[in-house]
Design a protein around this ligand. Structure first.
Ligand SMILES: [Zn+2]
Length: 164
């Protein structure tokens, strides 16, 4: 086993690498404050951590950006508008489906059908118009069903009356 050695920077003698004081010339090889237990290492305490400083520096930047904050909101308003669901179109679509099955009911069914047709028609002029167009088509289908059913019921009713 070879012992680790180093050269004393003051006298040039080969000494133990772990030595903090040269045994030949008697000089301290390392900072005496570090070596001696009395000298506390207050001078070498590390500086405060940088993350906090960065955070404090970003605060004013954020405050400077706030005056510009109102302009993007106007843009997002235009972006959000197409995203809004077509309430009237959806209502018209749902009412049209209801009218398809219940439109034969006198007055109530006809009102549902008419509202479905009306909402779908208005909804067609708004985006997204997919459901509104479907509601419009279903409303027209429902009209055929209603007219057909009403005619059949009326005919049956008349036949029934005639049968009496
Ligand atoms: Zn020495």
């Amino acid at each position: 086993m070879e012992e680790l050695t180093k050269q004393c920077p003051f006298c040039g003698q080969t000494i133990n690498a772990a030595a903090i004081k040269c045994k030949y010339c008697g000089k301290w090889l390392e900072n005496p404050q570090e070596a001696q237990p009395e000298g506390h290492t207050q001078q070498q305490t590390p500086p405060p951590p940088p993350p906090q400083q960065n955070w404090q520096q970003q605060q004013p930047n954020y405050a400077q950006q706030q005056p510009n904050y109102q302009q993007p909101t106007q843009q997002t308003y235009y972006v959000e508008q197409p995203r809004k669901s077509n309430g009237l179109g959806v209502a018209g679509f749902i009412l049209a489906i209801i009218a398809l099955f219940l439109g034969w009911i006198p007055i109530v069914g006809w009102v549902i059908w008419f509202l479905g047709l009306l909402f779908s028609f208005i909804g067609v002029f708004k985006a997204p118009r997919g459901l509104a167009i479907a509601g419009l088509i279903i409303s027209l289908l429902a009209l055929l069903v209603i007219v057909g059913l009403t005619g059949w019921l009326t005919a049956a009713f008349k036949e029934g009356l005639a049968g009496l």
